[in-house]
Design a protein around this ligand. Structure first.
Ligand code: HEM
Length: 454
């Protein structure tokens, strides 16, 4: 077991006032927390007129995301305002009937049988990436975050949209989504807390050109998908529904585009961030690296991976799970209460913001032993204590759980195993690894690492 504690932002000793919270939140949403927040179960603060609750106990999370989820289904105003220009009424931010209809339509595409089929594409795309890495000279530097982003964007495109994205468009997708997130940072963070628009924000519509670039690529993908004869893709499924004359289920052209953008966004960055953080964590822990290599060598030997191997790659998967505990790709889940409620004898007025913060929960002092240490072993079957379903929630939980939880787990496990069979990555001397937190949590500066063949 390792003694490695990877970096995290300093925690405040005393509660911050509303203005201080806003100031810190503008820079980094992980920098607003006090030491105490990692030890408390339910918190409330008030900023201007809006109450902000933080559910930080498994029973409260069960209540908010499961028992009374209907009251907390609506995404917070920040989410909606930040993502609407890009996603329209796409699954990620819609609620009510539209969400229900789209969720039902898309769920079959993420079944175990489908993921087993997609795994062939995941493996092929990762082998191609390994091939391109082998052309890099020993000790050469790669930007791990963008490498992982291009790989996962390619995987989404081939599995769900039915055709190849290609190096150039994959790079463009990754760049445009990153630009869009950067623009969100500059949007008034006030909206996050539901504050009025008169408090100065930092400008709007900066993401417009990034959104336009993404829309253009997705339109190309749809045009290619229409031409292609791949009948198994999500896109083909949507297009077939449109063909039926009385199709109640059919989505409009615009809705199809929105759904594809949601899947591109939700599906490539989360997995890319997880993989990038995993490479960093492994590079700092020789013991973990050795165990990973032993596993991939014994499970895969000299051959490529198959879907059946996923079940055998238990340590690789534990690394992925521990990585998502320490650096949850979606570190804050925010909702708006639709109606008045009472939780732990506290009145929760309609319109309040309810935050569930994997960043706090996953490092909570009451729920984890050595909460800030990197210990993949805690996710192995023989671990003495099993992580609780409502305490470890990288994919959220309840009806709005990530639709691709299984897809994402299989994908990250396979990508890591296949690449770790061939390569070892190291942080260049003098480079300080740190984080960047907007809607997602990722390593800052693209995570440059030096590559060498094993
Ligand atoms: C490591 C990988 C992933 C993580 C950690 C992750 C995490 C999450 C989380 C936390 C949510 C809920 C967000 C919220 O309630 O505010 C979510 C929703 C979603 N994710 Fe994932 N995700 C991952 C991979 C993927 C992939 C690969 C796809 C698509 C192929 C995807 C598609 C979606 C969609 C469409 C939603 C919205 C579901 C709904 O609202 O019904 N995710 N994801």
């Amino acid at each position: 077991m390792t003694d490695f504690i990877p970096p995290f932002p300093p925690r405040h000793k005393k509660d911050l006032g509303p203005l201080e919270i806003l100031k810190h939140a503008r820079r980094d949403l992980l920098s607003i927390w006090t030491e105490d927040a990692f030890d408390r179960q339910f918190m409330v603060t008030k900023i201007i007129n809006r109450s902000i609750f933080i559910a930080n106990h498994p029973e409260i999370i069960r209540y908010v995301f499961l028992t009374n989820h209907a009251n907390y289904e609506k995404k917070s105003p920040l989410m909606r305002k930040a993502l609407e220009p890009l996603l329209g009424d796409g699954l990620f931010i819609s609620d009510g009937d539209i969400w229900q209809k789209h969720r039902v339509l898309e769920t079959p595409l993420f079944s175990t049988e489908q993921v087993a089929k997609y795994s062939e594409v995941m493996i092929k795309a990762t082998e191609e990436r390994a091939q391109s890495w082998s052309a890099i000279k020993q000790g050469g530097t790669i930007n791990v975050l963008s490498e992982m982003g291009q790989l996962t964007a390619e995987i989404i495109c081939r599995t769900l949209f039915g055709n190849q994205l290609g190096t150039e468009q994959a790079a463009q997708v990754v760049k445009s989504f990153a630009q869009y997130q950067a623009a969100i940072e500059q949007m008034d963070v006030n909206t996050f807390f539901g504050l009025p628009g008169w408090i100065p924000g930092l400008g709007k519509n900066k993401g417009a050109s990034a959104a336009k670039a993404i829309h253009q690529i997705v339109d190309n993908v749809i045009a290619e998908g229409i031409k292609s004869d791949n009948k198994a893709s999500l896109l083909a499924h949507f297009l077939r529904l449109q063909d039926k004359k009385d199709a109640q289920d059919a989505l409009t052209k615009k809705q199809i585009r929105n759904e594809l953008i949601v899947l591109f966004m939700a599906g490539h960055e989360t997995t890319a961030n997880t993989l990038a953080w995993a490479w960093y964590l492994i590079s700092q822990c020789p013991e973990v690296e050795r165990r990973l290599h032993d596993e991939v060598d014994s499970v895969l030997g000299n051959r490529s991976a198959t879907f059946a191997d996923v079940a055998k790659l238990t340590y690789t998967r534990a690394i992925i799970e521990e990585t998502m505990r320490l650096y949850p790709p979606v570190p804050i889940l925010s909702r708006e209460a639709s109606a008045d409620d009472t939780i732990r004898k506290r009145h929760v007025p309609a319109g309040s913001i309810m935050l569930v913060v994997p960043w706090l929960l996953h490092r909570h002092k009451q729920y984890w032993d050595k909460p800030d240490h990197f210990i993949p072993e805690r996710f192995l079957d023989d671990a003495p204590v099993k992580p609780d379903r409502f305490t470890y929630i990288p994919f959220s939980v309840g009806p709005r759980v990530c639709i691709a939880k299984y897809f994402g787990t299989v994908e990250t496990t396979l990508c890591l195993a296949i690449l770790a069979r061939h390569f070892r990555l190291r942080v260049p001397e003098g480079h300080q690894v740190t984080h960047e937190c907007r809607l997602t949590l990722r390593p800052k500066d693209n995570l440059p690492m030096q590559i060498s063949a094993r």
